[in-house]
Write a protein that binds this ligand. Structure first.
Ligand code: NAI
Ligand code: PHE
Length: 349
């Protein structure tokens, strides 16, 4: 995929793309929709095979943010930034990373508040502190810098509520004693794994990072090879890595009863893939509903002036939002994905 393919197949408002020869990084900031407010979405920093793949990821992720904001009832639009790194984040020198963040802060300044960022894969609250030295358009500074801190805790809480709602809808009842498989044990996934463990789930976990796998094993998780995630029988699959895990072929064989996770853009192939899951009786909590806790935290605290308690109660409300979506989907014999997109479309209209 090249950059022109990524943009010609996209229905968003604008994208800004920049290359930095000194660090070998590409930057893509995608504004999908400002209909409900300024576009907002995290900054993802990772390695991509081509600049076009990075732009395509930014544009698709920005579209998901539009849906997320609309369903969550937040007064923001959808955007996303991607930084295509020259090497994995862990291998990048501090001085190079500082330059990358400085350039990204300049990108944000040039957009004059049409787009606000926050943490995502490869970035955290400390990085938001650095961005805020140059620009005000970054949510999620650390508590030590006077901000509300990482979005990951709220995201994990919302995902946990989504897991419970999806398990109920699939006829599994409570999570206690159920086989829960968490893929990706990063900022969000590790917290979700801990919540599932405390709820008495029979925990399984997979990560490509051995250190993160070991931490899950320490709380009693049975490790699954990362390549085996979609072939391992479980009750609730919880994707918390980078998305795109389930295409139509995987949907046709995946041995689980419910799916609810944090990974943005979990489905490849959109609605037809959701329909394969529907036909097999697998309950899928749409990602842009299940993972809205981080957006509720960042925008609630930094734009709407909510207290931590308000964020907590709105985030636990994700469970009831999903129960309504599941009910509508059941009544209309459509997938929860389609019902949730319909809800977003009505709000956007
Ligand atoms: P993270 O970068 O902290 O964690 C991702 C984890 O996935 C890492 O431990 C990584 O090693 C692992 N991973 C990557 N590829 C894998 C594979 N093929 N198999 C198994 N593990 C793999 O990212 P974070 O913040 O936890 O986000 C996870 C997902 O949730 C992302 O898709 C992100 O966009 C989404 N999300 C995050 C939110 C947040 O508040 N951080 C909010 C909403 C969505
Ligand atoms: N990156 C997270 C998400 O996908 C958190 C986030 C929300 C960041 C809103 C910025 C703005 O939801």
């Amino acid at each position: 995929m090249d950059i022109s393919d990524a943009l010609s197949s996209w229905d968003g408002e604008a994208a800004v793309v920049r290359h930095d020869a000194q660090t070998g990084s590409w930057f893509a900031v995608a504004l999908h929709s400002t209909r409900l407010g300024p576009a907002a979405g995290g900054t993802r920093a990772m390695v991509y095979s081509t600049p076009g793949e990075a732009v395509a990821d930014a544009t698709k992720l920005a579209g998901a943010m539009t849906l997320k904001m609309a369903v969550a009832g937040l007064p923001m639009g959808g955007g996303k930034s991607v930084i295509a790194l020259p090497a994995p984040r862990a291998e990048i020198e501090d001085s190079t990373w500082r330059r990358i963040l400085e350039l990204h802060a300049q990108n944000l300044e040039k957009l004059h508040g049409e787009y606000w960022t926050g943490p995502d894969v490869g970035t955290n609250s400390d990085d938001m502190d650095v961005l805020r030295n140059t620009t005000e358009y970054a949510f999620g500074r650390s508590a030590k810098a006077g901000g509300p801190g990482s979005s990951a805790e709220a995201t994990a809480l919302g995902v946990f509520e989504a897991m419970k709602a999806a398990a109920e809808e699939a006829g599994l009842g409570r999570l206690s004693g159920r086989r829960v498989l968490v893929q990706g044990l990063g900022e969000v996934g590790a917290r979700v794994a801990a919540l599932a463990h405390h709820a008495g789930a029979d925990l399984m976990a997979a990560d490509i990072d051995p250190g993160r796998s070991a931490a899950a094993q320490a709380i009693g998780a049975q490790l699954v090879h990362p390549d085996e995630v979609t072939r391992t029988p479980c009750d609730v699959l919880v994707p918390c890595a980078t998305g795109g895990l389930i295409d139509a072929a995987t949907a046709a064989t995946i041995p689980c009863h419910a799916i609810a996770g944090a990974a943005n853009n979990l489905l490849r192939g959109g609605q037809p893939t959701a329909n394969v899951l529907l036909d097999r009786g697998i309950v899928l909590a749409p990602d842009f509903v299940a993972n809205a806790g981080g957006a509720l935290h960042l925008i609630g605290r930094e734009v709407l002036g909510w207290t931590a308690d308000e964020v907590h109660s709105r985030t636990t409300g994700i469970g009831d939002t999903l129960r309504d979506i599941f009910r509508e989907a059941r009544d209309r014999r459509i997938s929860p994905e389609q019902a949730a997109r319909g809800l977003a479309d009505r709000r956007l209209a």
